[in-house]
Design a protein around this ligand. Structure first.
Ligand SMILES: [Zn+2]
Length: 337
């Protein structure tokens, strides 16, 4: 199985949290959290279409300026999502700068912000054409756990307790496509870049009756092509299986209620990225700071039946001792206790 998403932590686990999720089939990416982004290239950041900010503590939001600086002057629309007070925080960032010259720029950079408050969401847009003043009235939307839903994937969130609301985030691919080699042989088709376009067409849910062009170069570099109805080609060469699920949990207190919410969000994840800032023997410190212990992180992973576990957001007090955090979390993950 080849997943459509290849998530990776933006920084090493002692630095600011963040998950960069590029798409395999297009020049696009999602970003969970906006901490220090200097480890991402401009090329990577330009792929980002949607950013999900767990909460606006500085280590999760200081990268807003980096993104703004890069995108300003470009023809680009970006979508931001965050919990309570997020719109106010974004507006405070935007109002920190002077925008008297940007109206004359050739390109328009626009920002759409969605803030989730309990079971409701509020959406507000901003444009460089209008000096990033709020464009029109705020729109209300209901919130039942889903932040974004597209043909090939969705992003869900749950509000967790960090003394303030903090998003737990989950990305779910709707399905995954495996290519059957015998099917290709049967149709006398070679593997090649066209398979990428084929998978993209399926992920986008295109009409099965639509003609799909398979093209390749033969040994003499002569371009060959064949046309198939997309649905027929899918029957012959593709096997559809459940898509992968990626969950990202950080900055939450390890109360039973919070942990249960986190487990429900992360249930059956292929890959769980979760904070492990403190050792369990320093649980009192973790509680005071509204963070998990490594053991609690491992327990959430075990109860959620996560297949793979990646830990991050280590407290600097464990610098050089990160193995202790990892061992504690992995022991709880493997034993479930
Ligand atoms: Zn925090």
């Amino acid at each position: 199985m080849k997943p459509s998403f290849h998530p990776r932590l933006v920084n090493e686990p002692f630095s600011d949290p963040g998950l960069f999720i590029p798409f395999l089939f297009e020049r696009r990416a999602l970003l969970f959290d906006l901490g220090d982004l200097s480890a991402l290239s401009a090329r990577d950041l330009l792929k980002v279409s949607h950013v999900f900010v767990t909460h606006t503590h500085m280590d999760h939001f200081v990268g807003f300026d980096t993104l703004l600086r890069l995108l300003l002057g470009r023809e680009k629309e970006i979508h931001l999502f965050g919990p309570s007070n997020f719109i106010q925080k974004v507006e405070a960032k935007l109002s920190a700068y002077t925008w008297n010259l940007i109206e004359s720029y050739d390109n328009t950079f626009s920002i759409t912000v969605a803030e989730i408050r309990g079971e409701k969401g509020v959406i507000q847009s901003y444009s460089s054409r209008n000096r990033f003043k709020p464009a029109g009235a705020q729109r209300q939307i209901p919130f039942k756990g889903n932040l974004l839903s597209e043909q090939s994937f969705s992003v869900d969130a749950v509000l967790l307790d960090h003394k303030i609301d903090c998003f737990g985030l989950s990305l779910k691919e709707n399905f995954s496509i495996n290519i059957i080699k015998e099917g290709l042989k049967g149709l006398k088709l070679p593997v090649g870049p066209w398979l990428r376009a084929f998978k993209k067409a399926l992920h986008e849910g295109r009409d099965p009756a639509q003609k799909f062009r398979v093209t390749w170069q033969d040994r003499d570099r002569v371009t060959k092509e064949k046309y198939f109805p997309l649905g027929e080609l899918k029957e012959r060469i593709a096997r559809i299986s459940p898509g992968q699920k990626i969950t990202y949990i950080t900055d939450i207190i390890g109360t039973p209620e919070n942990m249960e919410k986190a487990v429900n969000l992360a249930l059956d994840s292929n890959h769980l990225f979760i904070e492990a800032p403190f050792l369990d023997k320093e649980r009192d410190v973790a509680r005071t700071k509204y963070h998990l212990t490594a053991r609690e992180a491992g327990l959430i992973a075990a109860r959620a039946r996560a297949k793979e576990l990646t830990l991050f957001h280590f407290s600097p007090r464990y610098f050089g001792r990160e193995k202790e955090l990892i061992q504690e979390a992995m022991a709880a993950f493997q034993s479930g206790s």
